[in-house]
Write a protein that binds this ligand. Structure first.
Ligand code: AMP
Length: 326
């Protein structure tokens, strides 16, 4: 069975965009692949995180993954920082990465411009990501376009290491899911819905109350055309709402367009608000059952045990290949 791996960075609350673009895709793929799902908490540290908030968010992410349908029986679920071998593997991989290629990463170039006091971690985190991907011989890494370059870097580092020291790593492939929908901000529907957005009115957090979710949808930016029609260019707000409802209510866009033909935006928004509200209510009920449970710790214990064993084996093999043995 081929392996697939995904980690989300706990730098803000999980959003409806994360659910539709990443988590729901992982749920679909879990039957076909051996899946590894983790919280990329070390990656969050490239910028300062309040320790108390970070600790709580890490656990919330795991509970929310499971509430959204990531099945602990089908996935290895773990917290990245609990696997101490990943940092060690990362250092060995850094020594097979040139400064030039690390500093050419687009995210590094953009983010280092935004903050003159950027950390060295901002430069090296794609190599830690290579370690996340390579330690367990992942075949596929589902990513958004913005992370594709980092998977390619992992592949290049693996290939270079294999050439220098002998075959050690399977070469991973980025997996850009063409069905993966991009969900946009409710207030600025030309922009991606993002967990780091400052204006919370445009972003649906999976932890929002049902009332807040409904109110945000009712206040979503639309247009003055008064036509419920999918047209991303001229009606980005309505198209975004159609997209969201179509995915969560399992109805085609066309079906929804027909259902709301000649009807007003108020009625359509009430419908979308109910669909998203019901979804949030359902996942939060499951989330509340597990967030403080012993079962959650058992899932994490089993996940990290397996992850650590695989990482230890890979680390030992790398050391042996590199001459780091007595
Ligand atoms: P991020 O929250 O940007 O770190 O992204 C984590 C994962 O969620 C990536 O796989 C993204 O492609 C996905 N994702 C984040 N925001 C959205 C969005 N608004 N629409 C669709 N997918 C998203």
């Amino acid at each position: 069975m081929k392996k697939i791996l995904t980690g989300l960075k706990p730098t803000g609350d999980l959003t409806l965009g994360n659910y539709i673009g990443a988590i729901s895709q992982m749920v679909k793929l879990q039957d076909e692949y051996e899946s590894f799902v983790f919280v990329a908490d070390l990656h969050a540290l490239t910028t300062y995180q309040n320790p108390d908030e970070l600790r709580q968010r890490i656990r919330k992410f795991i509970a929310m993954y499971i509430a959204c349908g990531i099945d602990p029986k089908k996935n290895t679920i773990y917290i990245q920082s609990e696997n101490e071998y990943l940092g060690n593997i990362s250092y060995l991989l850094e020594c097979s990465t040139t400064y030039g290629e690390a500093s050419r990463m687009i995210q590094f170039k953009e983010k280092s411009k935004q903050n003159a006091n950027f950390s060295v971690g901002l430069l090296t985190y794609p190599i830690l990501m290579a370690s996340d991907i390579l330690y367990c011989d992942t075949d596929l890494v589902p990513v958004g376009i913005d992370q594709k370059q980092h998977v390619e870097l992992a592949r290049n580092i693996a290939e270079r290491f294999n050439n220098k020291y002998g075959y050690t790593f399977k070469l991973p492939e980025p997996f850009i899911n063409s069905n993966g929908q991009k969900i946009n901000d409710l207030k600025y529907p030309d922009k991606k819905m993002s967990k780091s957005e400052e204006n919370p009115n445009g972003v649906i957090s999976l932890f929002d109350s049902v009332e807040d979710v409904k109110s945000k949808i009712k206040k979503a930016t639309t247009d003055s055309l008064n036509n419920i029609h999918y047209d991303k260019e001229n009606q980005p707000g309505i198209s975004n709402l159609l997209n969201i409802a179509s995915i969560l209510d399992n109805a085609s866009i066309e079906e929804l367009e027909n259902r709301f033909k000649g009807k007003g935006y108020g009625e359509f928004k009430s419908y979308v608000a109910d669909v998203v509200g019901n979804f949030i209510e359902k996942i939060q009920a499951k989330y509340n059952e597990i967030i403080n449970s012993k079962e959650l710790d058992e899932i994490l214990d089993a996940g990290i045990k397996k992850s650590r064993e695989l990482a230890r084996e890979k680390y030992e093999l790398m050391k042996e290949r590199m001459g780091l043995i007595r």
